[in-house]
Structures are given as structure tokens and as C-alpha cells.
Design a protein around this ligand. Structure first.
Ligand code: GLC
Ligand code: CA
Length: 553
């Protein structure tokens, strides 16, 4: 089907934490296989798997050591074939995560590259640079001040080659050299191989970082806290994406979604406007920064709702104007649980989750639901840093404590922000370890699992699960929710976000934890077709309950 990505409803699985089939405490492909029926019952039609390839797991699989294999923790190619067959039989498409900006330092390409200089065939597969001198202790000085997104310098000295290599993430994730046509061809062939194995599309990890600025200029001080902005959109980025499109996506009809940190809504169209033949859509980050303080991601600030609404509207309008397409998400394996960020009142967490569901499924674009989001999984707050695993979290803890911050204060930030908030095991039921494993889970289960779990949610009508299910069904049966025009309605009520889809679908979302009259927003006696608060479906329309979203048509 042409443009199937527009009617995709994507569910993202973090394989390590989804379902363990063999009791080793790590989720795996057979585990996912055993839950396809659940996914089907939710109504989603596309599954995105985070990396499943062999990896030393410095960054949980985003450091790939073999692009064509399956990590033994997850199974093997036979398990993969069985999973794809099962998905096909249920009409669920599959997209894989492709990490093309960097590989693992344990990848054979890097092993060859580090030991030899030109003309060895792998010598230019990565980004090597001589030192620019020595400091007073005779240590080589790196080419510039770039910092790794995970902390520390982005350059690592390699004694064998007597040169630095660039790593925008951990030092075990050397950046691939896209200037080298052989590297590009290798990576295209990797994607083609997976497409031939039956994969329907790709999520492209930090894809706007693949082209590096010429001459490696220093980052201005003002951007030191958000280095990705400085590294992104190098001079050949659009050329490389066009090539990817032409070599892989177009011939296989693959869906493509690029993860693009540092791209705002004005630049977005350059990546996904239809006639540019680059990507189908991108993951923007603007709306995920509305609770960042001046110090960036590790400086949590109050959640700015009005900013959140205007960013979302602006992206909607820009994509409409330029013929691009939005991806709609608020959670993934890199983000803390959204309801914990947005809603400070425990008693409204379920409502908040229902509201988020309504937002994702009624805005224009392709919704992405992250595992556990549909039952309102929330942040954890482990008291010991020992219980955390994420490299970014651990580096932040180490660097902050070393620079004098109180450990308790650093932990508070980690409770709010750590990526591990999203990586705790999926909560299937209230048995030990939430039904995720019979063994010892690789990361602790969240203490919320006895209440918040899939089994309870099935019968608890207040669970957001039912909002997701109903809205997924509505979206799939009402083309207005796919192609219908988005138009924001100005609301004088703070915390209320209202918009039209097409001519006649009105969506009103009340993010306020106070009862809110909506009389002045709604003129006519519109008929209510859906409410995230199921029991008020047919009630009078004069009030929107706290954290309530409604659709009128
Ligand atoms: C992306 C991934 C993240 C990973 C990073 C480096 O942002 O989503 O999990 O750590 O890229 O690959
Ligand atoms: Ca396992």
C-alpha cells in the first residue's frame, strides 16, 4: 500500500526489557513472539524493535559489533524468522533500529581500522585525526573541544595508530566515516539485507549526525550543554539521505523515520518534505525539552504546558505547509516516563496517561507508543546508583559527584531524568518480577507493578489501556484522523489544548488538574463520540474534568 506509514500505529519494544522466554533475566525474540497476540489485541499495526544485533552492550545494543547477526541474548536468525512470520500472519509490520552513525569499537571494521593507516582498506572507515600538540604532561591534545553526548571529550587517543578517533557517544562507539563511499555502500547493503529478510522499514538512530562539519570547528561555549546541536546537519547530510533513499528505501518501499536531535520545526521539512525524497518522517526533540532548565537535559525544570502545546501545533502546521509528515511520540527508551514528568499529582496519573493517548492518536502524523505507556508505567526512584545501568546515567553521576555535587541531589535528577526509567521490565502481571522473567531481571522491576500491569489493566476500566485501544480503533476507521487538516483553536483557558481535525472533529484536552468550564470553547451542542473518561461519555458538555480529553464530532 502506498504511503502505509501514514496509517501506521507503531509500538516500540525495547527487547531487553519486554519479555524473557528462557529465564536468563533478559528479554528476547521468543519472548516478543509470545506477546504478539497481546500487541494484536491492542490494535497496533507496526512494531519497532530497538537494536537486536550482537553488541558488547556498552550502550545496550546501540554499539553494534555485527550488523547482520542477532545478539545471542536475544536468540538467533531462526527466532527472527519465526517472529517475522508470526507478525506477517497477524498483519503487523516490522521496523528495525539502524545505528549507522557509529559502530561498536569491537566491530571488525574498527579492529582493522585501529591498527593500520592508509592504504589498508579499513583505515578510513572511521574518523581519525592526529593530535594538535601535547599538553604540559606530554599528553596528546585532541583536535577540538567537542564533548561526547555521554560526557567527556569526544576524542579518544588510540595508541596503536597514534591518532585520535571521534566518538560522539561513548568511547566504545566510534563514529563511522560517511565521507568514504565504501562505508556508505557497506551500510546500504546492511539495510538491504534486512529488507530482504522481510523488514518493512527502519528507525535511523541519530541520523542527522552522520555528516560532520568540515574542519572540525570548536563548539561555542554557549552550546557546550547541548553539543548535539553543534554536530548535527553537516554539509553533506541531505546528499547522504537522498542516497539512502535511492539505494534502500525506494527500491524496497521501506518506511523511514530518522531520529534527529537538534532539528527544529523549520528545518524539519528539509528532511521529510515529500518531494525531497529523503525520509518519511523524523523524531523532533523540541517538545521533549519543555522541562529542561538552562543546564539542559540534566537540569529538570517545571513542565511548561503552553510551550508544549505551541511546539506541537507549530510542527503540525509546518508539516502541513511543506508537505512533510509528523511522528508523534512522548516516550521511548531514551526518555523518562512522560506522565511522571507532566503530572505531579499521583491521583491523576491514569487520567494523564489517557490524555496523552488522546493527543498522540488525534494529532496529525504517525503515533509511536512505547512499551508500558499504554498502562501508565511511571518513573522509578532507586535509592542506590548501583541499581542503575544506563551509561549516560552512570557517567552523569560520576562526573557530577566528582565535580562536587551532593550524591543525593544527583540521584534526585536521575530519578526524574534517567533513561532507565523507561527500561525497567514490562509489567505483565502481579506475579514475582511482574511476569517478565522466571530468573533475575537484568534491571530491577519497578515497585509499581502489583497495581500497574497488563493483566489488571484488562479489567480496570480506568486504565489508559482502554483509551489506547478505543482510539487506535477510531483512528484506523476514520480517515479524517489520518489526512484531515489540523487546525489549532485558541483557548483562553490555561492548560487546555484544543484543535480541529478536518471540518468536524473537535478535540479538547484539559491538562489542568482543576475543573474547567468549556462553555466558551464550544458553541453548538456538539455530539460527544469519545471520552477518555469512559463513564462521562454521554454526560453534559459544560465541564471538562481534570486531565480529561474529549473528541466531538
Ligand atoms: C540514540 C539512541 C540512544 C543511543 C544513542 C547512541 O539517541 O536512541 O539510545 O544511546 O542514539 O546510539
Ligand atoms: Ca532471555
Amino acid at each position: 500500500m502506498k504511503d502505509w506509514f501514514k496509517s501506521a500505529v507503531v509500538y516500540q519494544v525495547y527487547p531487553r526489557s519486554f519479555m524473557d522466554s528462557n529465564g536468563d533475566g533478559i528479554g528476547d525474540l521468543q519472548g516478543i513472539h509470545s506477546k504478539v497476540d497481546y500487541l494484536k489485541s491492542l490494535g497496533i499495526n507496526t512494531l519497532w524493535l530497538c537494536p537486536i544485533y550482537p553488541s558488547p552492550n556498552d550502550d545496550n545494543g546501540y554499539d553494534v559489533s555485527d550488523y547482520l547477526g542477532i545478539h545471542p541474548d536475544f536468540g538467533n536468525l531462526q527466532d527472527f524468522a519465526e517472529l517475522t512470520a508470526k507478525l506477517k500472519s497477524e498483519g503487523i509490520r516490522l521496523i528495525l533500529d539502524m545505528v549507522l552513525n557509529h559502530s561498536s569499537d569491537e566491530h571488525q571494521w574498527f579492529q582493522e581500522s585501529r591498527t593500520s593507516k592508509p592504504p589498508n582498506s579499513y583505515s578510513d572507515y572511521y574518523i581519525w585525526h592526529p593530535s594538535i600538540g601535547e599538553d604540559s604532561t606530554e599528553k596528546p591534545i585532541p583536535p577540538n573541544n567537542w564533548t561526547s553526548i555521554f560526557g567527556g571529550s569526544a576524542w579518544k587517543w588510540c595508541q596503536e595508530r597514534r591518532e585520535f578517533y571521534l566518538h560522539l557517544f561513548s568511547e566504545k562507539q566510534p563514529d563511522l566515516n560517511w565521507e568514504n563511499p565504501r562505508v556508505r555502500e557497506e551500510l546500504f547493503e546492511v539495510c538491504r539485507t534486512w529488507a530482504r529478510r522481510g523488514v518493512d522499514g527502519f528507525r535511523l538512530d541519530v541520523i542527522n549526525l552522520i555528516s560532520k562539519k568540515k574542519g572540525f570547528p570548536d563548539v561555542p561555549d554557549s552550546l557546550l550543554h547541548s553539543p548535539d546541536q553543534h554536530y548535527s546537519c553537516g554539509p553533506r547530510i541531505h546528499e547522504f539521505l537522498k542516497e539512502l533513499h535511492q539505494e534502500v528505501f525506494a527500491p524496497f518501499g521501506s518506511m523511514s523515520v530518522g531520529e534527529t536531535p537538534g532539528i527544529d520545526s523549520n528545518l524539519a521539512a528539509l528532511y521529510c518534505a515529500r518531494e525531497r525524497s529523503e525520509l518519511n518522517m523524523i523524531f523532533g526533540f523540541d517538545h521533549m525539552c519543555v522541562d529542561h532548565g538552562p543546564g539542559g537535559i540534566w537540569d529538570p525544570a517545571v513542565f511548561r504546558f503552553e510551550q508544549f502545546f505551541s511546539i506541537l501545533s507549530h510542527w503540525q502546521e509546518q508539516m502541513q505547509r511543506y508537505g512533510g509528515w509528523n511522528s508523534l511520540y512522548v516516550e521511548n527508551h531514551d526518555q523518562a516516563r512522560f506522565i511522571s514528568r507532566m503530572c505531579k499529582q499521583e491521583e491523576f496519573l491514569n487520567e494523564a496517561a489517557g490524555l496523552v493517548a488522546t493527543l498522540l492518536l488525534t494529532l496529525k502524523g504517525t503515533p509511536y507508543i512505547y512499551q508500558g505507556q499504554e498502562i501508565g508505567m511511571r518513573n522509578v526512584a532507586y535509592q542506590s546508583i548501583e541499581d542503575y545501568h544506563d551509561i549516560w546515567t552512570l557517567n552523569h553521576y560520576r562526573d557530577s559527584v566528582e565535580s562536587g555535587d551532593r550524591p543525593s541531589e544527583v540521584l534526585r535528577r536521575i530519578h526524574y531524568r534517567s533513561r532507565d526509567n523507561a527500561r525497567t521490565p514490562m509489567q505483565w502481571n502481579c506475579s514475582e518480577n511482574s511476569g517478565f522473567t522466571n530468573g533475575k531481571p537484568w534491571i530491577k522491576v519497578s515497585p509499581s507493578y502489583p497495581d500497574v500491569n497488563i493483566e489488571n489493566a484488562q479489567t480496570d476500566l480506568k486504565s489508559p489501556l482502554h483509551v489506547y485501544r478505543s482510539l487506535i480503533e477510531i483512528k484506523q476507521n476514520d480517515p479524517v484522523f489520518i489526512e484531515g487538516k489540523f487546525q489549532r483553536l485558541e483557548s483562553r483557558l490555561p492548560g487546555v489544548f484544543a484543535y480541529l481535525r478536518g471540518e468536524r472533529r473537535l478535540i479538547v484536552l484539559n491538562f489542568n488538574a482543576i475543573q474547567m468550564p468549556i462553555g466558551d470553547l464550544l458553541g453548538a451542542n456538539t455530539k460527544l463520540v469519545f471520552s477518555s473518561q469512559r463513564d462521562s461519555c454521554h454526560g453534559p458538555l459544560d465541564k471538562l474534568q481534570p486531565y480529561e480529553g474529549r473528541i466531538y464530532s
